[in-house]
Design a binder for this molecule. Structure first.
Ligand code: ADE
Length: 247
């Protein structure tokens, strides 16, 4: 997988992509990254990338020509990559999008800045994504979020191959609670079942806690979650015993 990022602020990506899990994966060349400075495709001598909006009003709009030249150049090296535009007007980015995108050969992430991008650019993109219903100063934040969510699904990126499988949202449910030593802290004991060594019991407890958490915090996720008959029975129990829902 190759990520090509087109941005006015390449420095933005330096430290997040050096640190932690993604930094290590990049070192091991488990995926590839190229950060392209959009200004490099603007015209000398002023290298202008934005202009006033037609129709008046505040703010500046990113011009289409440098973006077109940059994309043409990037596409020559990555003809089959999917082109994604980061914008608050896009479709809400979800885990299933990350899963789908992780199967692509490459992704080009176009980061908007200023008031927006000339509308004609939108005709060239494959998908428009928003990372939430709020407005950021630029698409760079969204691009990093998407890169992280996709890259961690690529083979070998997470040391432990199991780790991505039980993620929150993997099957539409939130994750179960985690504990490590000590067995008691601040007067709160780790649930006995987790110390029992009984793996079947532990699996049952975890499933139940996932259902409970999702019911409490994000009940709307249950409509789309992959639920078995047993899950539905547990959910009915949890719904009938609201006092047990409290943590
Ligand atoms: N650019 C500005 N805000 C954004 C958002 N919420 N998602 C994606 N790109 C953005």
């Amino acid at each position: 997988m190759k990520f090509d990022v087109l941005t006015l602020f390449p420095a933005f990506f330096e430290s997040p992509l050096q640190a932690g899990v993604l930094g290590k994966a990049l070192e091991k060349q488990l995926f590839h990254m190229a950060i392209h400075n959009l200004r490099g495709w603007a015209e000398a001598p002023h290298f202008v990338v934005d202009d006033a909006p037609y129709g008046g009003g505040g703010g500046m709009v990113m011009k289409p020509e440098p973006i077109r030249r940059a994309l043409d150049a990037i596409r020559r090296e990555a003809p089959r990559s999917r082109l994604l535009l980061m914008t608050p007007q896009g479709r809400a980015f979800r885990q299933r999008d990350a899963v789908g995108l992780s199967r692509e050969e490459g992704l080009i992430l176009l980061c908007g800045r200023y008031e927006g991008i000339d509308e004609r650019v939108r005709a060239w993109v494959d998908d428009e994504y928003s990372i939430g219903d709020y407005v950021l100063t630029g698409g760079e934040y969204a691009a990093l979020v998407i890169i992280d969510a996709v890259a961690r699904l690529l083979p070998g990126v997470l040391g432990n191959e199991l780790s991505a499988g039980e993620d929150s949202f993997g099957d539409g449910l939130l994750e179960y609670p985690h504990y490590t030593r000590p067995a008691e802290f601040d007067g709160i004991r780790v649930p006995e079942v987790l110390q029992s060594g009984n793996h079947a019991e532990i699996a049952r407890w975890r499933r139940r806690e996932r259902l409970r958490r999702t019911l409490e915090r994000r009940p709307e996720l249950l409509d789309e979650a992959a639920l078995s008959t047993g899950d539905r029975r547990l959910l009915a129990e949890l719904r009938n015993r609201p006092e047990e829902k409290k943590e």
